[in-house]
Design a protein around this ligand. Structure first.
Ligand SMILES: [Zn+2]
Length: 251
């Protein structure tokens, strides 16, 4: 099975790196240094860079990596500097032996792309461990539709988000979905991982479906929590999602 390596960057970013015989592939290198250090220490070169969206903490290292590895192909949304292969929804491309499919997921930003290959989803700032990205550019409707597409992937898909936000997200999940045993079990497990200095990621989609309130906004418990928070009856999963997202912003 494919296994990406987390290279920590900044306070809470992960740059995911997939080592391959034909050259490594990295995702969202906001900083070039951790990538260059890893490649030098492991005697590898860089074959490809995948960019999910235009934010600087995902793109800031691209130019320096491209300068060090001029043959590396940069895949990403049109409009991001240094992108060689601009992609749109349902495009596919190969990096070595791995074929990625592009899933456009507007919401956090309008240009956001996720990259799927059987067994793995690079979810950037769209789907986090137990959470989802803030709505900086897109609408709640767009993000809800984007997350619904990710939720429909095979449940044994491993999710690789770009940030270690899981514990803060689980604290919110405990507040809005307090009787969910999957949230409690995950909070315990992931707290222990963080105490040991380990990432909480990747996480399987089936675990997300059981505990991520933003994928469960239509469940009776979340509809009730949204209703209580808003003080007015909430009947739809989309309406509940929008309320949960606003609530999380101030949680
Ligand atoms: Zn972002």
């Amino acid at each position: 099975m494919l296994s990406f390596i987390p290279l920590p960057a900044f306070a809470d970013n992960y740059i995911w790196l997939l080592p391959q015989p034909s050259g490594a592939c990295v995702v969202d290198p906001g900083d070039a240094s951790p990538v260059l250090d890893y490649l030098a220490a492991n005697g590898q070169h860089l074959a490809a860079i995948l960019v999910t969206h235009h934010h600087a903490d995902h793109t800031g290292g691209v130019a320096r990596l491209k300068a060090a590895f001029p043959h590396a192909v940069v895949h990403g949304p049109a409009g991001v500097a240094s992108v060689d292969a601009a992609h749109a929804d349902s495009d596919s491309f190969a990096v070595g032996d791995v074929r990625f499919r592009v899933i456009a997921t507007p919401g956090h930003t309008l240009d956001h792309l996720c990259y799927y290959t059987p067994g793995a989803l690079l979810s950037g700032d769209t789907l986090f461990g137990a959470g989802c990205g803030r709505l900086f550019e897109g609408s709640a409707e767009q993000m809800y539709a984007s997350l619904a597409r990710l939720a429909a992937l095979p449940p044994d898909t491993w999710i690789y988000p770009a940030h270690e936000y899981t514990l803060a997200n689980l604290a919110f999940a405990r507040a809005c979905d307090p009787d969910n045993p999957a949230v409690r079990a995950r909070l315990l497990q992931d707290s222990q991982r963080r105490e040991r200095g380990e990432p909480t990621l990747p996480v399987r989609l089936d675990a997300e479906l059981a505990s991520n309130p933003f994928l469960r906004s239509g469940e009776p418990a979340l509809l009730a929590a949204s209703t209580q928070h808003e003080g007015t009856p909430v009947n739809s999963a989309l309406e509940s999602f929008a309320i949960l997202r606003r609530w999380k912003n101030i949680f």
